[in-house]
Design a protein around this ligand. Structure first.
Ligand SMILES: NC(=O)c1ccc[n+]([C@@H]2O[C@H](COP(=O)([O-])OP(=O)(O)OC[C@H]3O[C@@H](n4cnc5c(N)ncnc54)[C@H](OP(=O)(O)O)[C@@H]3O)[C@@H](O)[C@H]2O)c1
Length: 201
């Protein structure tokens, strides 16, 4: 059985943070609007399961209501917890977890938590990335992207909302990090840059 596709749906500040340094996500309220979920429910309905980091888990565990309904949820952690809503716990390599989930017939998982997303990215396992940029600069905080490897992406869609939120979706680009196929010139606007890159090696 093939491993499930891994998808990300996450909100960041314009400077790329997913939470304040203390884990605070109060700034997400800036874009809360009655009747507007920015496509979250549609995305949530499209996945078979969630794979979340312990940092994210500890936040949602503290919510009054478990936010993932009856959807399967695997928490990556080295610690021990008493399950709150039939969540499962896993410790190990992302690839090993995906092989296990694939063998169980799962097709699409929602990966959440900055450290975990970065780990999946480093292993080349993220297939789709939707980032909703909230119009705020936090200056500091918990990053979405940790230092890792280079990945080329293909933009699928980008749109803005009246609240100022800008949401973009990318797929993994199979052509390699440069994004260029062979020696074909890039767009005319980029060609001088490309020429200069060649001249300077
Ligand atoms: N803005 C948004 O849309 C959004 C979305 C999600 C989360 N958040 C926020 O982001 C914060 C959490 O993100 P984060 O980047 O700090 O942490 P995270 O990715 O949620 O969790 C990282 C932790 O998961 C455990 N872990 C990771 N990989 C593992 C592996 N392969 N095996 C076993 N355990 C593993 C480790 O914890 P241990 O080893 O200590 O167990 C690690 O410290 C929270 O404040 C949350 O509110 C924001």
């Amino acid at each position: 059985m093939p491993a499930p596709a891994c998808c990300v749906f996450i909100a960041t500040s314009v400077d790329g943070f997913i939470a304040r340094t203390d884990g605070g996500i109060d700034w997400l309220k800036r874009v809360e609007r009655e009747g507007e979920d920015y496509g979250y429910q549609r995305f949530f309905d499209s996945v078979d399961a969630l794979v979340i980091g312990r940092g994210t888990y500890e936040v949602v565990r503290g919510f009054d209501a478990w936010p993932y309904g009856g959807k399967r949820c695997v928490v990556l952690t080295h610690r021990t917890f008493e399950p709150k809503a039939k969540e499962e716990f896993f410790e190990g390599e992302p690839r090993a977890l995906l092989d296990k989930l694939g063998a169980e017939g799962l097709k699409r998982v929602y990966v959440d938590g900055g450290a975990v997303i970065s780990q999946f990215l480093a292993a080349g396992l993220i297939d789709q990335l939707t980032i909703s940029q909230v119009p705020v600069l936090l200056g500091r905080g918990l990053p979405l992207f940790h230092p890792g490897t280079e990945h080329a992406l293909t933009l699928v869609e980008s749109r803005s909302f009246p609240s100022g939120l800008v949401q973009s979706t990318w797929h993994k680009d199979q052509r390699g990090a440069s994004g260029a196929s062979g020696d074909r010139p890039l767009t005319p606007a980029l060609s001088p840059l490309r020429r200069r890159e060649r001249e300077t090696g």
